[in-house]
Design a protein around this ligand. Structure first.
Ligand code: KIV
Ligand code: NA
Length: 270
């Protein structure tokens, strides 16, 4: 398996259609990347690591240092999937130049092939600045978690005519600006379908539509790591229950002195 490239991913959407949907999951660590790599087309080092790994209340406090450290780990742990690293809040919004500085640092320190940033029309000039300078950009439209304070929460987007039109305009703007793909998160299904039909770059859905060109989920969410998740999460496993059972067994064996047993111990040679 050779590592997939940005042009290969982009060409998977041909004449407005993606024959086989693109598979994307988040990864923040080398071992997780190793486990996911062969099954995915893209691994996203999402700024969702703020909540998932660091216990932060939102993605807003996530730093460039965090993204660089986890991005490098994921690149080291994979050799097939295209690795995309999220640009954290505050590292790109001020100007195209600021975005270039942050993105080039992420790419140099991690070895990833692309960055992702949130925003539509407002980020179009930044997306074109980066794309023209050798930095492939994945856009992220619809429910953009870094804008939680402006949006007033994490509710689905597109319920008003105004929002509906804005999502379509954002999709067109980022595609025209040169984004090689985009995530559409938390939008009403008919809007997700319209977005997917309206642009010729892949649209990766999350809480969007099975008719998107691909899907993404936060790996810990789909593994059942958390009690409460968004409607759009499907749990394929119950990892928290399994961890709790394992830890309870360990604790019980330590307390009863049955761990460590003979197989785990070193004895002097006879
Ligand atoms: O940070 C993240 O995990 C994301 C995906 C949910 C698209 O941006
Ligand atoms: Na993100």
């Amino acid at each position: 398996l050779k590592r997939l490239t940005v042009p290969v991913i982009q060409r998977r959407k041909f004449e407005g259609k993606t024959e086989e949907p693109l598979v994307m999951l988040t990864a923040y660590t080398a071992r997780t990347a190793q486990l996911l790599d062969a099954h995915c087309d893209m691994l996203l080092v999402g700024d969702s690591l703020g909540q998932v790994i660091y216990g932060l209340p939102s993605t807003l406090p996530v730093t460039l240092d965090m993204m660089c450290n986890h991005g490098a780990a994921v690149v080291r742990g994979s050799y097939h999937s295209l690795v995309i690293v999220d640009m954290p809040f505050g590292s790109y919004e001020k100007s195209p130049e600021q975005a270039f500085e942050s993105a080039s640092r992420i790419m140099a320190e991690t070895g990833c092939a692309a960055v992702k940033l949130e925003g539509g029309q407002s980020m179009a000039s930044t997306i074109s600045f980066l794309s023209q300078r050798g930095i492939p950009v994945m856009a992220h439209i619809g429910l953009t978690p870094q804008a939680v304070n402006a949006l007033g929460g994490y509710a689905a987007r597109g319920r008003s005519q105004e929002e509906h039109e804005k999502i379509l305009a954002d999709a067109k703007a980022v595609a025209d600006a040169g984004a090689f793909a985009m995530v559409a998160e938390g939008v009403l299904e008919p809007i997700a379908i319209a977005v997917t039909k309206s642009v010729d770059v892949p649209v990766i859905g999350i809480g969007a539509s099975a008719q998107c060109d691909g899907q993404v989920l936060v790996t810990e969410d789909m593994l059942g790591m958390f009690e409460r998740t968004a409607r759009f999460v499907k749990r394929y496993y119950n990892i928290s229950e399994n961890i709790e059972q394992a830890v309870a067994s360990y604790a019980e064996e330590v307390r009863s002195r049955s761990f460590p047993g003979p197989e785990q111990l070193y004895q002097p040679k006879k």
